[in-house]
Design a protein around this ligand. Sequence first.
Ligand code: AMP
Length: 489
Amino acid sequence: MLLDRLRSSIDRIALLDPEGSLSYLSLIERSQGLCEELCAPNLDRRGERVAILCRPGREFTIAILAVWWAGAIAVPLHPEHPGPELDHVVADSRCSTIICSPQYAQSAAGLAATHDLRAVECDGRRRSTTSRPSPAAEDDALIVYTSGTTGRPKGVVHTHASLAAQMSGMVEAWDWTADDRIICVLPLHHVHGLVNVTLTPLWVGALCESPGGFDAGHVWNRMASGDLTLFMAVPTVYARLISAWESADASTRARWSEGARRLRLMVSGSAALPVSVLDRWQELTGHVLLERYGMTELGMALGNTLERRVPGHVGWPFPGVEAMLDEESQLRIRGPQVFDRYWNRPAETAASFIDGWFCTGDIAEFDEQGYRLLGRASVDILKTGGEKVSALEIEEVFRTHPAVADCAVVGVADAEWGQRVAIAIIPTPDSDADEFTLEHVRSWGRRLLSAPKVPSLVLVVDGLPRNAMGKVVKTEVAAMFQPAAGTGG
Ligand code: AMP
């Protein structure tokens, strides 16, 4: 288990953030220090859910390890999500406690008051050298929220064992060693940023840099420094790095390209990598991006390999993973890294497994080039900037707008974002259709929905295309946006 492995790296640097570096020894002592505070006064926290509203870097990492020393279950939150989304996660997972960075103390106090939580600040300073037993492999470790086709996001429960299988699988597949150094530019409330980039380095004694977010110039400069060996991101991040490179001057371009060549591996995942991005990235850096396929419920499931990378394909099963296609060409996955259950949703858990195989909802094909994804079984699951969002959830929120009679949300293909969230709105008869400017829709949406779910394309319509059963035909709605694509915000 991860906690047991930290001690074998005590002399090494675990992380680097804007405050400086932190050794593995300090990480252990400080996370045990926070754990004592969490458990005071001698309460048993096993199985309790603890929300984490912390800055990436030492505060987040100390917090999650403290939760695990306490035997509790970590529920990472995104500090920038609007109140209603944070409320949903905290209420659904029935957290007892929230750990926050000092800078988020006010939001944490608000959540604590609404949901009757205890708020504990993590400034990363308190230490303890009292060793604590680590939890059992089969204990629940983490709940990460993910969108589904029905209702609000649901919690995916991973145990210490499923996380361990994910991390050791990545170490084996990508040859992670203690000499690796990676930079985290992804949010920590999804497995990509959390497990692949933040926790896997700890598994092997490697180093993770956490600048606290994505800034293309900073990432290029860190690549150019020659310090990094690995980079992992969603396709949108690569597209934005390419645009930053295109707008840099000639000497900067040369320095960035030269530095990036020295990394040993660059990985893309969480959404389809356009071959145009793969090709351009190779021109700029010499790297053929290694594309892999994963899911909140699975961690990493399929991937190209260090030796063989096929553009447009997602490769072969990870170590320990089994994959198959059912009669509908839907991908099913089995293995020790698969999640345990959806939190408090036994019916949905049961419905997502057939004979022990998890049904991914992704349609794929397989040949000697490996697996290739063809799309989702449901048109209502969109991927924008690597984030999975539910069209139905967004529609339900917009139907609460007083001037919306009905609406339909679809994904519109986009080179930078993969898909953009597009909404067709039928205004109520007495409302002013001009009200629905892009600006209005976005500012109204932002109060209730996290950034990836806020539509960036808007169309005001008199009616929606429906089939004989009265069901909205989403492909026809998407077609209505094609001429307008690119004009939105
Ligand atoms: P999430 O649970 O948010 O990580 O979303 C998982 C979904 O992202 C999968 O079910 C796929 O639909 C999609 N996905 C992940 N990786 C890839 C990839 N390399 N290519 C295409 N789609 C991907």
